[in-house]
Design a protein around this ligand. Structure first.
Ligand SMILES: CSC[C@H]1O[C@H](OP(=O)(O)O)[C@H](O)[C@@H]1O
Length: 340
């Protein structure tokens, strides 16, 4: 396979390398992800993360394994193991369902490589389309708040919500970005703060618990978040903490937008209650980890509830910004996301 390089993925010398997103921003470590075991471990540990990127990394690995001689039956097993690596972000399943069709072809090695590269190029284009469509909703002088990380680290392109924010900034319409640190894994404080600094976009980091006071002081003009799965009724699964932002936004009458590619849609999922929510380890809540190692502060054996995502009901969402354009609440209520 040709050499490929995105912000957090590389294919070189017929191997897959990933940028360890748990070590950022202090360390930029590229790790080998050239086996199913290695990539699944990186995905579980969120060294590879972000709904689109998870699907792309799994697709690229499958193509590389085929090129390196893995038999069709083993590839089929590998696909199923990769497909189960994380349960909530549907991009993984959608991408691998397309790879499954390629695997069924006679010339499956070439078909898998072509499809994996096509998915990567498509995602770059989807990000650009989302960025353009979303930026048209941003009013000049906007102070926007975002949650978790939805930039180039989480996609093959400019990102989803951060892609919108970047395009609006380039259009001179962003005064500042409020960045939710996004406990427990600090995707905002570590990754979004780093990406926005690299992009030269003015930003200020807040603890998640500060967002309400900021809105009460009328310091937020709009909220932009990503998505891991969009159900047929428009409900959205996204990083834990998104739902509370949506409730606050409704109370303070602040527009709340979801930005995502169509690969995040799941028309077979009737509503948010049917979206599987990943439960994660207690140590992520009883402490914190990063390039510095592990720091634990809660008492030994403290019981924890640690869902990686929550569900925002469609009724709290002002608009769904897809690569195909902005979808309004009226269109969603009329069945826009229903199976066709
Ligand atoms: C464009 S990334 C979408 C989505 O993925 C993130 O979750 P995680 O960091 O656990 O992979 C977050 O929910 C983003 O909004």
């Amino acid at each position: 396979m040709q050499t490929l390089h995105t912000t957090s993925l590389q294919v070189r010398d017929n191997q897959l390398w990933i940028l360890d997103q748990q070590a950022l921003p202090q360390q930029k470590n590229w790790l080998d992800a050239s086996s199913v075991t290695a990539l699944v471990d990186h995905i579980h540990a969120l060294r590879v993360r972000g709904a689109p990127l998870i699907g792309l990394s799994a697709s690229l690995l499958l193509a590389l394994l085929a090129e390196n001689g893995m038999a069709k039956s083993e590839l089929s097993q590998a696909l199923e193991v990769l497909r189960a690596a994380r349960p909530t972000a549907v991009n993984l399943m959608n991408n691998l369902d397309r790879m499954k069709q390629a695997l069924a072809q006679e010339e499956f090695v070439a078909a898998l490589s072509a499809e994996a590269l096509r998915l990567v190029e498509e995602d770059k284009a989807l990000c650009d389309s989302i960025a353009q469509a979303g930026s048209e909703l941003v009013t000049p002088g906007s102070r926007v708040l975002t949650h978790c990380n939805t930039g180039g680290l989480a996609t093959a392109g400019v990102g989803t919500a951060i892609g919108v924010i970047t395009r609006a900034f380039q259009q001179g319409k962003i005064e500042q970005v409020w960045v939710d640190e996004t406990r427990p894994l600090l995707q905002g404080g570590r990754l979004t703060a780093w990406e926005l600094a690299e992009l030269g976009i003015p930003n200020r980091l807040i603890c998640d618990s500060m967002a309400a006071a900021l809105m009460a002081q009328k310091q937020v003009d709009a909220i932009w978040v990503g998505a891991d799965r969009i159900a047929a009724n428009g409900d959205v699964a996204n990083k834990i903490g998104t739902y509370s932002l949506a409730v606050l936004a409704r109370y303070h009458q602040i527009p709340f937008y979801v930005a995502a590619p169509h690969t995040t849609l799941d028309p077979h999922c009737p509503d948010g209650s049917a979206i599987p929510i990943e439960q994660r380890a207690a140590c992520e809540v009883t402490g914190v980890s990063g390039s510095f190692g592990q720091l634990q502060w809660a008492p030994e054996n403290t019981q924890v509830w640690n869902p990686a995502f929550d569900v925002t009901p469609a009724e709290l969402i002002s608009g769904w910004v897809l690569d195909t354009g902005v979808v309004t609440p009226q269109e969603v209520a009329a069945g826009y996301f229903q199976p066709r």
